[in-house]
Design a protein around this ligand. Structure first.
Ligand code: SAM
Length: 396
């Protein structure tokens, strides 16, 4: 089962196609797939838009606690887990007799003989972010050792038990250091690039770049660096882990579908922001991500933006501020209107994709017609990717 942010299912499906993994829809934010060990390792390291990959450990029907305990006792978690490893549980129940998830969790722990993860703050992972609740850090990193996430879902009295193979969610690429305000998840940034139609070899400009997520994802893609090339995964601590298979997967990792080569890396990738702190954070992130020499990172407001010198027309893919007034007191509609003017006047032949949580602000660019290429969620907020094609909208 491949889990993703709701709205990204078809993009993740396309990534699985490119990896040769057969899949089918499995509801909101999920795709079901049968994978060999090799494919499982590859999916974790190479999927750019998925959140995690879970392995089915078994399912059974339970309308009572004794039935739940019998079903759990019959499970064989041996390939994935041994009782010395603390278990982190995520239990959900819908339209079922067993509604008390706390009581279900207590039975799971007792029947499996599982210990709790150590209390207290979670260690930070190499991205510098504390593990979110229910999410282990990269196994083996930090001072608490590995822990294993088990996802127990009860739906219409069918209990499905799934073992997490990823560890920290897959948007943790392992390179993020300093934060700017409101950084995008790397998975959303990658999905925006895919949905905007960007590919290595196309010039890219992000004029509201913040900590650089969109440009860095693009530069790693263009450089042929797989999204998960620099991090570790929960599966590496499983009893069934096959180190030789992982070594050969890791050695063969490319940048994913349409990965760039030396030639395509020549197209400029520009990240810009008016905030000096954001620019500094983006530069450090780009260096940590191994693409410091592939992304041009400049300080400046949208009003002074120009296309990179000598570049063929490409794409602006950007995530301007939304959801309040900008620092300095101006109205956000003015910022979007300015963006629209700059693109119309100075970027002939370029397309643009704007990721925002407010459709009206996208309209404030004044560019027509626009198409919504993606709807997803950024944390609790619904967001849309508004796309303008240079040949269809008359802004050129
Ligand atoms: C939503 S954040 C972008 C976050 C970014 N995608 C990331 O992942 O870190 C919007 C950014 O726009 C910048 N910004 C706001 N007004 C601007 C303007 N007029 N010109 C250029 N940048 C601006 C802010 O400094 C902020 O970093």
């Amino acid at each position: 089962m491949v889990v993703c942010i709701p709205g990204l299912e078809s993009i993740v499906g396309g990534e699985l196609d490119a990896l040769g993994v057969v899949h089918r829809p499995a509801g909101t934010g999920a795709l079901a797939a049968r994978m060999t060990d090799r494919q499982l390792y590859l999916a974790n390291a190479a999927l750019g838009c998925a959140t995690r990959v879970l392995v089915d450990a078994g399912s059974f029907t339970a309308r009572s606690f004794p039935a739940l305990e019998r079903g759990l006792a019959d499970l064989d978690l041996g390939p994935w887990w041994t009782p010395e490893v603390p278990l982190r549980l995520r239990v959900t129940s819908r339209r079922s007799k067993l509604v008390h998830t706390g009581a279900v969790e207590e039975r799971v722990r007792r029947v499996l003989g599982a210990s709790d993860p150590a209390p207290g703050p979670r260690p930070t992972d190499p991205d510098g972010r504390a593990g979110a609740p229910g999410i282990p850090v990269h196994p083996g990193d930090g001072d608490r050792g590995p822990e294993q996430l088990l996802v127990v879902r009860i739906e219409r009295d069918v209990v499905s038990v799934r073992v997490d193979s990823s560890g920290a969610p897959l948007h943790h690429r392992g390179w993020r250091g300093p934060q700017a305000k409101a950084p995008l998840r790397e998975t959303i940034a990658r999905a925006a690039l895919v949905a905007a139609g960007w590919r290595p070899g196309v010039a890219l400009v992000d004029p509201f770049g913040g900590s650089g997520t969109i440009g860095i994802e693009a530069a790693r893609w263009a450089a042929g660096i797989a999204p998960g090339a620099d991090r570790s995964f929960a599966f590496a601590d499983w009893p069934s882990f096959a180190p030789g298979t992982w070594a050969s997967v890791h050695a063969a990792l490319g940048g994913g579908p349409d990965a760039g080569t030396g030639d395509t890396a020549a197209a400029p990738i520009v990240v810009r922001d008016r905030d000096a702190g954001a620019v500094e954070a983006a530069r450090e992130n780009a260096t940590r991500a191994g693409v410091g020499d592939r992304v041009e990172i400049d300080e400046g407001p949208i009003s002074t933006l120009r296309p990179p010198e000598g570049s063929a027309p490409g794409l602006l893919v950007t995530n301007p501020p939304w959801g309040g007034r900008v620092r300095g007191g101006g109205d956000l509609r003015d910022v979007y209107a300015r963006l629209g003017h700059v693109v119309r006047d100075r970027f002939p032949g370029w397309g643009m994709a704007v990721l925002t949580g407010d459709d009206r602000l996208a309209g404030a660019t004044g560019l027509r017609p626009r198409r919504v290429a993606l709807r997803a969620r950024a944390g609790a907020h619904p967001i849309g990717l508004h796309v303008w094609r240079p040949d269809g909208d008359g802004h050129t």
